[in-house]
Write a protein that binds this ligand. Structure first.
Ligand SMILES: NC(=O)c1ccc[n+]([C@@H]2O[C@H](COP(=O)([O-])OP(=O)(O)OC[C@H]3O[C@@H](n4cnc5c(N)ncnc54)[C@H](OP(=O)(O)O)[C@@H]3O)[C@@H](O)[C@H]2O)c1
Length: 338
């Protein structure tokens, strides 16, 4: 198979390109940067330019796999590749949905309105921009030649956001001698991650099988305490787990979900619980195979560097932040529950 990856220099696109190479496909990536897997043909181009696809728009492709976030990039790609590429696999997101409240919602749930503007959109427009991207692909390629994978939280070794790597690494590297780890008290919080390698393999499977459709490409949901127990078991953590209420953490300026001074995976707004618990039945029926969470966390621990006290963490608490919070909670004595 001859595959064109629009992207390939960042986490998912790179993994797709590498997996495709391993499977014996002929792989070309188009991006501005050059950090593609060795063995891939790279066409350097900036999709902000109207003529960006010139270097790939004179040959036949069995499938295009596109990770774009900008509708204008997708409109140009489908315009230039429509007669040349047989199928279009577009990586979308569950952020296209109008509501994140319902647990177990499927792909028929209403979407946000599409971003109308043909301009480069800021990150705040992410959901509406992806809706417009989906529409552009479907309009040009039609439902029979299009596969749209609405990814949920992508996880695994190499996660640049560190949202999915924090907890197992934190349990393996507690910030204090007592081995205490601070977690938010969210017994009902659903978490779900799809391993980047499983997603990459399945995107190529969709191309190979000429599958079409719209799919939630999401992991199987597990409640946060279960995620924590698996992470502790993988990390052989036997220290105290100190729980703090959501209100207290918010009052201390701890951020939910991601970024600095955060507790990753925490959704403080319970109206967003459905985001991590969408139905993946259609994707599984279309060949998505999900490895157990334990395997993903084991690989994270084996492949990621240990947590350090560095301040420039992508997500989570630094050692100092966690210790200060633990001291506030327990006045220096980590007598947390297990
Ligand atoms: N991470 C998650 O948990 C999550 C959840 C849901 C959905 N998703 C979706 O999953 C995908 C992730 O893709 P990814 O990891 O490969 O990362 P990404 O950060 O979305 O990468 C964007 C890719 O597009 C290329 N690109 C961006 N602007 C470009 C331009 N002007 N011209 C040419 N190329 C350009 C980048 O390459 P250069 O910068 O080198 O040009 C890069 O390879 C995205 O579609 C995202 O929306 C992610």
């Amino acid at each position: 198979m001859k595959i064109l990856v629009l992207g390939g220099t960042a986490w998912l696109g790179y993994t797709v390109a590498k997996t495709a190479l391993t499977s014996g496909y002929e792989v070309t990536c188009l991006a501005r940067g050059d950090a593609v897997p060795s063995g891939v043909r790279l066409v350097r181009a900036d999709r902000d330019d109207d003529t960006a696809l010139t270097g790939v728009a004179a040959e036949h492709w069995d499938a295009v796999i596109d990770v774009a976030r900008q509708p204008i990039h997708v409109r140009r790609a489908v315009r230039d590749l429509q007669g040349l590429a047989d199928r279009y696999v577009f990586v979308s997101t569950c952020n296209v949905y109008a509501s994140q409240e319902e647990v177990g919602a499927d792909e028929d749930a209403p979407r946000l309105p599409p971003l109308e503007a043909d301009r480069i959109s800021p990150p705040d427009d992410y959901g509406p921009a992806k809706v417009a991207c989906e529409d552009a692909v479907l309009e040009a390629y039609g439902p029979d030649r299009t596969a749209i994978a609405r990814a949920g939280l992508i996880g695994g070794p190499g996660d640049p956001s560190e949202r999915t790597t924090y907890w197992v690494r934190r349990f393996a590297n507690p910030s204090n001698e007592a081995g205490a780890v601070l977690v938010q008290d969210t017994p009902e919080l659903p978490t779900a991650l799809i391993d980047v390698r499983d997603l990459a393999t399945w995107l190529l499977h969709l191309a190979e099988e000429k599958s079409s459709g719209i799919f939630n490409a999401v992991g199987n949901p597990v409640r946060f305490p279960e995620h924590i127990e698996i992470a502790r078991s993988v990390a052989h953590h036997a220290g105290p787990v100190v729980t703090a209420s959501e209100d207290w953490l918010l009052a201390q300026g701890v951020n939910p979900w991601s970024g600095k001074r955060s507790l990753p995976l925490w959704l403080a707004d319970h109206a967003w619980y459905g985001m991590n618990a969408r139905a993946n039945t259609r994707a599984v029926a279309a060949g998505l195979t999900l490895r157990p969470l334990r395997d993903t966390l084991t690989d994270i621990l084996a492949q990621e560097p240990p947590l350090t006290s560095a301040e420039n963490r992508g997500a989570g608490l630094t050692d100092a932040e966690e210790n200060n919070l633990l001291n506030e909670l327990h006045l220096g004595g980590f007598s947390g529950e297990n």
